[in-house]
Design a protein around this ligand. Structure first.
Ligand code: S6P
Ligand code: ZN
Length: 193
């Protein structure tokens, strides 16, 4: 049997309730409101007005109890509520994994998209229930709700990958995703005003 610097946790049975967005047993629950997303939307004055008003929840992340440590595979369920700021659809902060490792997303509910950027190239994967979006090592990723209902997905990622949010602030994400009638349009990335 192998020896480990950090002993692995015990086998776990985890129940995923796709309609509720819960994992049981549950780990930490994170809630991001517009006030947590300063400087991320193109129309920063619109974001600030809404944040200073009712400050709506943009997304939640419900984690399982599997820890973010080397060799473990943590999971989380992200739910992005429908809405837009200055026409730009609700989205996650976006991050790069400082230890470049792959990650998978599985669509659970609603309509969304997975925006990927490696500093030069940009990719867009439309997501819906049953679709796996694969994030290769080295690609920053952001999720966007392009529908009128909550968009929800399961993420599974290496516990030692880490999360670098500054990378996205510095490099952008290549595109922004705006409402366009009943659909959406991918616009060139622009700095927040
Ligand atoms: C973790 C994975 C997701 C995101 C979540 C929120 O590697 O990619 O669980 O953390 O979708 O996005 P963000 O960019 O705020 O972490
Ligand atoms: Zn990630």
């Amino acid at each position: 049997m192998s020896t480990y610097a950090t002993p692995p946790i015990n086998p776990l049975r985890i129940a995923l309730a796709a309609a509720q967005g819960t994992l049981t047993p549950e780990g930490p629950l994170l809630t991001r409101r517009l006030s947590d997303l300063e400087g991320l939307f193109a129309d920063e004055p619109a974001r600030k007005r809404a944040a200073d008003g009712d400050d709506p929840v943009v997304y939640t992340v419900a984690a399982s109890p599997v820890p973010e440590v080397a060799r473990e595979l943590p999971q989380s369920v992200t739910t992005i509520l429908p809405g837009a700021v200055g026409g730009e659809f609700h989205m996650t902060k976006g991050h790069q994994h400082p230890d470049p490792q792959g990650e998978i997303y599985l669509g659970l509910a609603g309509r969304g998209g997975l925006l990927l950027h490696d500093g030069t190239r940009t990719e867009w994967i439309e997501m819906e229930p049953g679709v796996i979006g694969y994030i290769p090592p080295g690609w920053a990723h952001r999720s966007v709700n392009i529908g009128d209902e909550p968009y929800r997905f399961l993420a599974v990622y290496p516990g030692s990958a880490g999360h670098d949010y500054g990378w996205v602030v510095k490099h952008g994400m290549g595109r922004r995703v705006f409402r366009d009638g009943a659909s959406y349009t991918l616009a060139p990335f622009s700095a927040a005003t």
